[in-house]
Design a protein around this ligand. Structure first.
Ligand code: AMP
Ligand code: GLY
Length: 422
């Protein structure tokens, strides 16, 4: 079999999981990851000291290392046009163009797309002007959701409980230089993450996952990039899943084709399953972090083949999924997300056959790891049941001394998993 080199762009836990999975493919010679992180050496991935927004140097590297294609992890690079630049240089790259990436880069753009193509979402209004936004609060009940229009790493959303909080949030957003603010009806129901692999109008759906966005147990504390995830979702019925495909996925894909987006990449659909059916709360134009870390180990379809076919407009392989379950908890730096500590000693983390570590913001060496701010790593396990995987992860976490770090203790509670079963 001919083997190829691939390049993954990014440095977090999501890119760790993507690079690890690609490195395991029989089609792959070497995965390079730019800039990557020090933990990636544990899975045979070679890191490259080029920042994820340095497109000219990334292009140069791909040309000189026989890279067959590049997989883009983070949204910033996509929104800034990495795909357009690589394509102009004659290189293959998996991800949407800058135009399509506005589906994540601008909430207002995404809401217009959903309205235009009949994709169910929350009632919403977007405002360019502070007075109009303050007056607009009256059109919504409480709590009400207030969002920055642009990229905010999952941290740009406030669920305001009353008029006073809503007023204050809007004033602060405009005072901090936002030129556009979105107000939305607050939806009620479980939240799920769905990932499509798109090859223009053709798609496959990856296993679904649930993230945990708030920093503290019981969904308290500030919104974060995500504190833990698991897959599959035992609480999601086949009927609800079919409804999501019919009412959300199909109009979305039709819209992408009708709008000439030529979308070859991942589309992440953030959904809330309300009493009124599924509603989209956001599109993202890349895989989720930390969902990717739990989804990819369940994927039996070869990831290289899937991406390669999608990029080359060849028939997409069926998605084969393991009957096992994966469960992962993020270890974050004390103070995250507002003021994360940097430089705390993590040391050397043992791994077992059952428990894996997907590294993210770590520095130092594998024997002497130190935290580098934010979400440091994920401890994850794959087992025959979610409960068994959960127990392995929490036992591992409990046995280690996490200096100046924290993690949530209730990941998976919404799937009925809990310590009472330990
Ligand atoms: P976003 O930045 O759009 O991903 O939103 C971050 C988080 O805020 C989501 O994961 C939800 O938990 C919450 N959220 C966003 N929009 C809504 C909404 N309309 N109703 C309820 N919760 C929301
Ligand atoms: N897990 C949330 C995100 O990747 O946006």
């Amino acid at each position: 079999m001919e083997k190829h080199n691939v390049l993954v762009v990014g440095e977090g836990g999501r890119e760790f999981a993507i690079a690890k999975q690609l490195q395991q493919s029989p089609h792959v010679q070497q995965v390079y990851c730019a800039p990557g992180n020090v933990g990636m050496a544990t899975v045979g991935v070679e890191t490259v000291a080029i920042e994820e927004n340095d497109f000219p140097r990334l292009i140069e590297f791909a040309k000189h290392h026989d890279v067959v294609w590049t997989f883009v992890g983070p949204e910033d690079s996509l929104v800034e046009g990495i795909v357009d630049d690589f394509t102009a240089a004659g290189l293959k790259i998996f991800g949407p163009t800058a135009r399509a990436a506005q589906l994540e880069g601008s909430k207002d753009y995404a809401l217009n797309f959903m309205d235009h193509y009949g994709v169910p979402t929350a009632q919403h209004h977007s405002y360019r002007d502070q007075t109009a936004a303050l007056n607009g609060i009256a059109e919504f009940g409480f709590p009400v959701v207030i969002k920055e229009n642009g990229l905010a790493g999952g941290k740009g959303v406030v669920i305001a409980q009353d008029r006073e909080e809503a007023t204050q949030t809007i004033r602060e957003l405009f005072a901090n230089g936002q030129s556009r603010v979105v107000i939305e009806e607050c939806l009620n129901g479980p939240e799920y993450s769905m990932f499509l692999v798109l090859s223009n109008g053709h798609y496959r759906i990856l296993p679904m996952a649930q993230d945990h966005k708030r920093a503290a147990d019981g969904d308290r504390g500030p919104n974060t990039g995500g504190m833990g995830a698991y897959s599959p979702l035992p609480q999601l019925s086949d009927q609800d899943y079919e409804q999501m495909v019919k009412e959300v996925v199909e109009p979305t894909v039709k819209g992408l084709v009708a709008g000439n987006y030529h979308y070859h990449g991942i589309l992440y659909i953030g959904l809330i399953l309300t009493a009124d059916g599924p509603k989209v709360i956001e599109y993202n134009v890349r895989l989720g972090d930390p969902e990717t870390q739990v989804i990819l180990p369940l994927l039996e379809t070869d990831l290289f083949e899937l991406v390669d076919h999608a990029l080359n407009d060849e028939p997409l392989p069926e998605i084969q999924v393991s009957a096992a379950a994966t469960f992962g908890v993020v270890v974050a730096s004390a103070g995250y997300p507002q003021h994360p500590v940097h430089g705390q000693m993590i040391g050397k983390l043992p791994t077992t056959d059952q428990v894996m570590i997907d590294y993210a913001n770590v520095a130092g060496t594998l024997d002497q790891l130190v935290g580098n701010g934010g979400r440091l790593l994920m401890v994850l396990a794959k087992d025959s049941s979610l409960q068994a995987a959960r127990d392995r992860v929490y036992q591992y976490l409990a046995a280690y001394d996490w200096d100046q770090c924290f993690y949530r203790h209730d990941i998976g509670a919404k799937a009925g998993l809990g310590s009472n079963k330990l």
